[in-house]
Design a protein around this ligand. Sequence first.
Ligand SMILES: [Fe+2]
Length: 484
Amino acid sequence: MADVPIQFENPLPPWLNGLLIRNGLGRFEIGARKFDHSFDAFGKLSSWRFWGNESVTFSTKFLQSDSYKASLRSHTIAPYLLFEGVDPPFNEVEKITALIRGIDNMNVNVYRFYNAHHHQYQYVALNDYWKVYDFDPKSLSTVKSINAEVPDGTSDSSLAFLRFLSSAHPLPEMGTTNHFTFVSSVSIVPGLKSKIELIRIKSAMERELVGKWSVDKVPYMHSFSITKNYAIFFASPFYVNVLKMVRYAEPFNCLDWYEDEQTTIYVVELHNGIVHSINTDNVFTMHHINAFEEDEDIVVDISSYMSPDFVKNLQLSILLDPARRNSIDVHPLLKRYHINLRNKTAVFKLFDSSPDIPFASKIDMPTINENYRYGNYCFVYGIVLKKDDIELSRIALVKKDLCNVKGDKQWYVPGHYPVEAWFVQVPGAKEEDDGYLLVPVLDGESRQSYLAIISAKEMKTVNIAYLPTIIPFGLHGKFFEDFI
Ligand SMILES: [Fe+2]
């Protein structure tokens, strides 16, 4: 489906001009085989093009990854490395094939990386892996997979490492068109240490080593933080078990959680690659929210969990069973860490919530006004599942005011299911929350999807446009304001 005009109920602001692209979980089965875990669903891109003249067109397309095309050809889910397994399971030959082929389904996020040589942006679909898929933002057609060379600066044989774990959340480098990401190299040679490398993305193909450090065990990390001078990683004790990886070929089942071990915070100095490590509480996070430097401290906000159980529970068999899905503990807690490199300390505080919205600090899938990234800020917009502590499907979009609980607000419509928002600032805005949230929503009553434009100040819907098709559950996306 491409370039289908959609109608908003009210006039659009004339300045709203750009392209919203989102990635997410598109298809859970092919033929008689289905995925065990929702995170393995084949990636599907959706886009909304705001032309700046009141007209908006909608497109959606499956990412034409090698694994998706091979699966369509074979009328079953083809063997590639997945988060978890498939039902019926891969046989032994298929498991080995999956290990050799590796990860291929980039269904989590979209970015654009500037290519200075060609003076143009390259749009890519990502997962928590080093490989990405290049796609055309206008047609959403898949161009090719990109597996950039890892600039690790050593002569270590790449055969000694499983080197594919990275992040679906690269972060921009202040004042440049570059981004930062990381890559983990899991050693499969006894005695040879694993390592994590901080990488500067100069373009989709051009990567530069910033710093690296050895680890005894490789932690699973989905995101990280950047400030003006530092990169900050929370290495939770959720480690890759190499023997299990080789035996089962299912990354998520090959991670061991150690509930009695501390989390290690690694802080990398961006200008010289020096790495500091500080231990803190046993904590798991999927999403860092924002970070900034304040006096001698590095301040890092994360959406934190007591353990990774929540992620493990997002299996389709659980999500499709109301009793089982409602029994999952889905509530994260917003934590603010103050990291002090001189004292080698990391202490955290929790945030109070407004009595009217007691779940306001239990947000994940965080969004901020990107103009406030790397600075002190007040507002986070996030999703709260099971807002009433009873039903997982009662989903609120919450505005958490980190500066004053009186500013906590929620957007909630019974039977409507919002996903992660994207904040677009009003031109000439004087206040941090002067803008709109663009949020795809599934209307459960009419069984249709729509795009909501929500006032960030009031958390009230100001405009909606129903879509010609249902959008499957979306994960992450971005609005590119200067898209031409
Ligand atoms: Fe994410």
